[in-house]
Ligand binder design. Structure first.
Ligand SMILES: Nc1ncnc2c1ncn2[C@@H]1O[C@H](COP(=O)(O)OP(=O)(O)OP(=O)(O)O)[C@@H](O)[C@H]1O
Ligand SMILES: [Mg+2]
Length: 356
């Protein structure tokens, strides 16, 4: 977590925590007791992501200080094609993990900086240290990379941070081209700086479309690519390209064994093409398709904040009780087990109902 000022400090009502965030279920009375909010006018209590964390740690009887630190899993939102919902899913998943009490780091891996802008950082005018800079520092033999300089606080208490991007991240590919073992620089940076990264429990990356050395680097650092697939014919054609990239990685690095988890995005029952594309995904990729299908919700369009806009952040933050947020929370819960994301070492994942 960085020591710069938090961009936002979201709070929610106890009922939201009880209904949506805590598993297994908990009463409002227990919630107040466990978070020390029993006194005063209970109706006015609000909760922060760090309160949810505190509550869960108490519920599971975990002493955080005794936890062994480890490199966190990387959820890489990826697709060979543009405009499929990668940024939307990355922002909402990361926010959902933070709301569930997980310490979360977002990395903007796209020079277009859509995730950076959505979080309320103006990539066009602010001074940005991005992941390309950190990768360069990490192989330059000048000592450990200064990652905290790059990291910006989105929610306080280490619950949600971001390493932002700007257009100069485009230069990363030219530089990577001349590196030894050029596909593994990002992976080695995560391992070499485990002291820093182990303060988080999950890293969510928003990757650029297309295949580049930077996107391959991010793929090498995760055991499961989260393929965000818009439900149309073009995406059905693009998906095998991503699967081909995974095969290339697996044959180049036999110990890696990378796989793909497919998230079907933008479902609408009124569009024939959308239904047909979902049927094809179910038939072709029964073991890789996530059981949660994200419907088309107009709310997602409103996330694309422009510099100066009042409303910033993902739908999960802006409209936590809406259907879009619920779908993203369900997706986040389903990924806990798949990515082995643990809360201070505790595995609270709901067993998947899918038979693979
Ligand atoms: N489930 C959805 N329902 C409605 N609109 C959506 C949904 N998912 C994404 N969108 C919208 O589709 C557009 C593209 O989404 P997004 O920017 O997340 O895609 P992307 O894959 O990151 O694009 P790029 O390849 O340009 O980075 C945005 O306007 C977004 O609000
Ligand atoms: Mg994007």
């Amino acid at each position: 977590m960085s020591d710069n000022q938090a961009l936002r400090d979201p709070t929610f009502r106890g009922k939201f925590v009880c209904d949506a965030l805590v598993w297994p279920s908990i009463s409002l009375h227990m919630l107040k007791k466990l978070t020390g909010k029993e006194t005063g006018d209970g109706s006015r209590h609000v909760y922060r992501p760090s309160d949810v964390r505190k509550l869960k740690l108490a519920q599971y009887e975990i002493d955080e200080s005794s936890i062994e630190t480890k490199r966190p899993p990387v959820v890489n939102c990826r697709m060979a094609k543009g405009g499929t919902g990668k940024t939307t899913v990355a922002a909402n998943l990361a926010t959902a993990f933070a709301f569930m009490g997980y310490k979360t780091l977002m990395i903007d891996g796209d020079p277009q900086a859509s995730l950076t802008n959505m979080m309320g950082i103006d990539a066009s005018s602010e001074d940005i240290t991005h992941i390309g800079h950190l990768m360069e520092e990490s192989v330059s033999n000048k000592g450990p990379a200064d990652i905290s300089r790059a990291t910006r606080t989105v929610f306080p208490d280490g619950m949600l941070d971001i390493i932002p991007a700007d257009i100069t991240l485009t230069n990363a590919d030219g530089w990577l081209m001349n590196q030894m073992q050029r596909e593994t620089v990002f992976d080695r940076m995560l391992t070499g700086n485990a002291d820093f990264f182990s303060r988080y429990e999950v890293i969510v990356v928003d990757s650029a479309p297309g295949t580049s050395l930077l996107s391959m680097n991010i793929m090498v650092a995760t055991h499961t690519q989260l393929a965000v697939c818009w439900l149309d014919r073009e995406n059905l054609k693009a998906l095998p390209i991503l699967l081909g990239n995974v095969d290339e990685i697996n044959s180049a690095y036999p110990n890696h064994a990378s796989d793909v988890e497919i998230v079907a995005n933008g479902y609408s029952a009124i569009y024939k093409q959308s239904k047909e594309a979902l049927e094809v995904l179910v038939a072709r990729y029964p073991h890789q398709l996530n059981e949660n299908v994200i419907q088309q919700y107009s709310g997602f369009h409103r996330q694309q904040a422009l510099p100066g806009d009042e409303s910033k952040g993902a739908v999960v933050e802006q409209d936590p009780n809406g259907p879009g947020a619920k779908a993203m929370m369900d997706l986040a819960k389903s990924l806990l087990g798949r990515y082995r994301i643990t809360l201070a070492g505790f595995d609270e994942s709901i067993p998947s109902t899918r038979g693979n």
